[in-house]
Design a protein around this ligand. Structure first.
Ligand code: PHB
Length: 388
């Protein structure tokens, strides 16, 4: 009897040694961070990196038994440089996985390159509908949202508030266009009408002429997508023009997330919709916020959460494949059936690899985007055009 136990224990030990040896053989996991480290989205890129690294540290600095080596590329939120930049990571640095990026136009070039090379890509922000739509693939995942999701929810909210007419204003590129389209869908389904859509080129912040046009047209509401430095400037200019007194400014939460220190009084009372909020008061979120504040001496925002969850998703896939990310089908299957224990509230993946998640209505109070209620529960992107 005791012999048999000894033999079983020895076999288990031997197997454990083999597994450890195999993981050691795999060496470090090379993670390519392709994010904006300059320009209007710099703070967003930094928050994503911070969140990602916090999750890795909480897992003992290893994922799937492998230590992590980071390689960084500043994508400058410039779609014209995106293919060259992503190929630095894929072809020059031979990374195992790419985490990126913020800007939808850059992300679409990354998705194309990832699809061609088979490299795993986890998008920790960019909402480009196409990434989990026509470009969807087994090796492409998103830890954030599609541009349609928070925008559609805001359209529903604005209609329910009895607004009949709205003007939209955004940067002219995929994220702005898709955000406006999502808002229009939700708003017009609820009986509203988008009467005019205004744009400025990305990343310009010359808003005066357009604000004058809004003041003259007097719609019931304005819906706007801007983020980062551009959102700070737009919300301040809107208030400085006195428009916030009579025409409520709505938007996806990017308009006021990570920006309230700089926006100050100009943002007070604003309503936005997003998959994260201040004041969730769940043990999971409180633990995350405390750890983040301690590590970085900063309050986390939605971008930090998305970076954190990108690492959590990667951890799930690597745990299932014992650190072997080349086992594509097993890696994807594990993430597809996972429930990600996010600070935002747990979420699952849609078939097209986009989070199915609650969208919160939030109201700016002081330096916080305070939770008002759940605007839409378990909202899944329609994933139009995805065949997988
Ligand atoms: C995008 O380009 O998809 C984008 C950029 C910044 C945000 C949200 C979306 O805050």
């Amino acid at each position: 009897m005791s012999h048999r136990i000894a033999r079983t224990t020895l076999t288990a030990l031997a197997l454990a040694c083999v597994a450890t040896f195999a993981q050691a053989q795999q060496g470090k996991l090379k993670v390519g961070l392709m994010l904006p480290y300059s320009g209007t989205y710099t703070a967003l890129g930094v928050a994503i990196e911070n969140g990602f690294k916090l999750a890795v540290e909480e897992k003992g600095g290893k994922l799937g038994g492998r230590e992590i080596e980071y390689v960084k590329v500043d994508d400058e939120s410039d779609p014209a440089k995106a293919t060259d930049n992503v190929n630095k990571l894929i072809k020059r640095d031979n990374v195992d996985v790419i985490i990126g990026t913020v800007h939808s136009g850059v992300a679409m070039a990354m998705a194309k390159a990832a699809k061609e090379s088979g490299t795993v890509l986890i998008v920790p922000n960019a909402g480009a509908d196409a990434v989990t739509g026509p470009m969807c693939a087994q090796n492409i995942f998103r830890s954030s949202f599609s541009n349609w999701q928070p925008a559609y929810a805001m359209g529903e909210v604005a209609a329910k508030q009895g607004k009949k007419t709205a003007m939209t204003i955004t940067w002219k590129y995929a994220a702005g266009d898709e955000s406006v389209a999502g808002f229009k869908e939700g708003f017009e389904k609820g009986g509203g009408k988008v009467v005019k859509s205004l744009t400025v080129p990305f990343p310009n912040v010359e808003f005066q002429a357009l604000l004058t046009e809004i003041a003259a047209a007097k719609p019931d509401a304005v819906y706007s997508f801007f983020a980062g430095g551009g959102a700070v400037k737009f919300v301040k200019d809107y208030a400085a023009a006195g428009l916030n007194k009579n025409i409520p400014l709505y938007g996806p939460g990017f308009l006021t997330d990570g920006t309230l220190d700089a926006q100050g009084d100009a943002a007070q009372g604003m309503l936005t919709t997003l998959h994260y909020a201040d004041g969730l008061n769940t043990p999971r979120d409180t633990a995350f916020r405390t750890a983040y504040a301690k590590a970085f001496k900063l309050q986390p925002d939605v971008y930090a959460v998305q970076g954190y969850d990108a690492a959590q998703m990667l951890a799930v896939g690597l745990a299932a494949t014992k650190g072997d990310i080349t086992k594509k089908a097993e890696f994807a299957a594990a993430i597809e059936k996972a429930k990600i224990d996010s600070p935002r509230g747990s979420f699952t993946m849609s078939k097209s690899h986009n989070p199915v998640q609650d969208i919160y209505l939030r109201k700016v109070e002081g330096k916080e985007n305070k939770l008002v209620n759940v605007a839409v529960k378990g909202l899944a992107d329609p994933a139009r055009g995805c065949r997988m």
